[in-house]
Design a protein around this ligand. Structure first.
Ligand code: P1T
Length: 377
C-alpha cells in the first residue's frame, strides 16, 4: 500500500488486497492452525498460525500503516502485547512509567514483572523535569500513556524523546487517542501499543492488543518473542479489529464532537467540581493537546463532591451503561477507584474515589446530555 495515502484511506485498504482466488473484497478469516507444506520448509509463506496467519498478517500491516510505522504485531489482548514487549528487558533493567496509567498496567508491572527483576519508577510524565530526574544508567524504557487513563493528562512525546538517551526505548500506549488523533512514532516514539479492544475495534465485541514499530531491529526481536511466548491474536479477532478500523476516522470525529459537548455541559454543572478533558481551555495542557493531537476524543473524566456522589451518578445513568472498558460506539460510565483501577488502591498511583470516567459514544448528543443531566443532582 502506498504510504502517501491519507489515514482515512489507509484505514480501509492498508494490508488488505482482494482475495486472489475468489475476489472476496474482505480479508478471509483463515481459521486454520496449520498450513500444508510440499517438502519440509517449502510452503506458501505460512507454516503454523502461532508463527503467522494471513488474517493476522493483514491486521499487522494495517496498524503499521496507520501509525506511520513499518511493522505491526497483533496479540490476544492489550496486556498480552505489553507482557510480550516487556520481555525485551532483562533483570536489573529500569523502566520509567507514567504515574497515571491503566490499573492493569500497574498490576502487570509491579505484581508480575517486578518479580523477574525489573524495576519501575512511577513518574508524572506531564512534568519533563520529573522524567529527566528519574533517568538512570540502567533505564531501558520510558512508558507513556497520553492522554492518561483515567486522569486525562498528557505527555509531550517529542520533548521526552529529546531529553531521553537514544538507546532508551520510548513506548506510547496510544489506546485513548488512536492513530486517527495522534501518531506517536512520528513524534519520536519507538513503539506504539494499543488495546485494540477499545477505539480500534470500536464495537465492544473483541479483546485484542497491537504493537507498531518503525525500527527493523526492535521489530525482529519482538516478532521472535511473539512466536516464542505465543499470546497471538486469533484469526476471527483479527478480522473483527480490521472491520472496526475501517470506520475509525468517522467514529473518532463523532466521539470527539460528543466528548467536547459533554465536557462543556459538565463544566457548567454545579455538581461537578472539575472536568478533565484535553479539548477544554481549562485543561492545564490544552496547548500541548492542540499541538500533539488532531482532536480530543471521547474520554471525559470528572471529579464530583464526594465518593458517594460518584457512586450515585454511575448507578443512575440509563444510556451510559455502567461497565469497564471504553472506546465502543455505545457510551459507558464507570467508577475507576472501585472498578478499572481497583488494583492501584493504596499504591502511589491510586485514583481519587470521587472520580467518574465517561466513554462518550456516538449516539445523538442531546440524548447523551439528557442522560447525564438526569443522573446528577
Ligand atoms: O484490556 P486489554 O485489551 O488487555 O488492554 C489493557 C489496557 C491497556 N492500556 C489502556 C490505556 C487500557 O485502557 C487498557 C484496558 N482498559 C480498560 C479495560 C479500562 O476500562 O480502562
Amino acid at each position: 500500500m502506498e504510504q502517501n495515502y491519507h489515514l482515512e484511506t489507509l484505514a480501509i485498504h492498508a494490508g488488505q488486497e482482494p482475495d486472489p482466488t475468489t475476489g472476496a473484497i474482505m480479508t478471509p478469516i483463515y481459521q486454520t492452525s496449520t498450513f500444508v507444506q510440499t517438502e519440509p520448509g517449502i510452503n506458501q509463506g505460512y507454516e503454523y498460525s502461532r508463527s503467522g496467519n494471513p488474517t493476522r498478517a493483514a491486521l499487522e500491516a494495517l496498524i503499521a500503516a496507520l501509525e506511520g510505522g513499518k511493522y505491526g504485531l497483533a496479540f490476544a489482548s492489550g496486556l498480552a502485547s505489553m507482557d510480550t514487549l516487556m520481555r525485551l528487558l532483562n533483570p536489573g533493567d529500569h523502566v520509567i512509567v507514567g504515574s497515571d496509567v491503566y490499573g492493569g498496567t500497574y498490576r502487570l508491572f509491579e505484581r508480575v514483572l517486578a518479580r523477574f527483576g525489573l524495576t519501575f519508577s512511577w513518574v508524572d510524565t506531564s512534568d519533563l523535569n520529573a522524567v529527566k530526574a528519574a533517568l538512570r544508567p540502567e533505564t531501558k524504557m520510558v512508558w507513556l500513556e497520553t492522554p492518561t487513563n483515567p486522569l486525562m493528562s498528557l505527555a509531550d512525546i517529542r520533548a521526552i524523546r529529546d531529553l531521553t538517551p537514544a538507546n532508551v526505548i520510548i513506548t506510547v500506549d496510544n489506546t485513548f487517542a488512536s492513530p486517527a488523533l495522534q501518531q506517536p512514532l512520528l513524534l519520536g516514539a519507538d513503539v506504539v501499543m494499543h488495546s485494540s479492544t477499545k477505539y480500534l475495534g470500536g464495537h465492544s465485541d473483541v479483546v485484542g492488543g497491537l504493537l507498531a514499530f518503525k525500527d527493523d531491529g526492535l521489530y525482529e526481536q519482538v516478532k521472535f518473542l511473539q512466536n516464542a511466548v505465543g499470546a497471538v491474536a486469533g484469526p476471527m479477532d483479527s478480522f473483527l479489529v480490521m472491520r472496526g478500523i475501517k470506520t475509525l476516522s468517522v467514529r473518532m470525529e463523532r466521539h470527539s464532537q460528543n466528548g467536547l459537548k459533554i465536557a462543556q455541559f459538565l463544566e457548567d454543572h454545579a455538581a461537578v467540581k472539575r472536568v478533565l478533558y484535553p479539548g477544554l481551555e481549562s485543561h492545564p495542557q490544552h496547548d500541548l493537546a492542540r499541538r500533539q493531537m488532531k482532536d480530543y476524543g471521547g474520554m471525559v473524566s470528572i471529579l464530583l463532591e464526594s465518593p458517594e456522589a460518584a457512586q450515585r451518578m454511575v448507578s443512575r445513568t440509563k444510556l451510559f451503561a455502567l461497565a469497564e472498558s471504553l472506546g465502543g460506539v455505545e457510551s459507558l460510565i464507570e467508577h475507576p477507584y472501585s472498578m478499572t483501577h481497583a488494583s492501584t488502591a493504596s499504591s502511589p498511583i491510586a485514583v481519587p474515589p470521587e472520580l467518574v470516567r465517561l466513554s462518550v459514544g456516538i449516539e445523538h448528543i442531546d440524548d447523551l446530555i439528557a442522560d447525564v443531566r438526569q443522573a446528577l443532582p
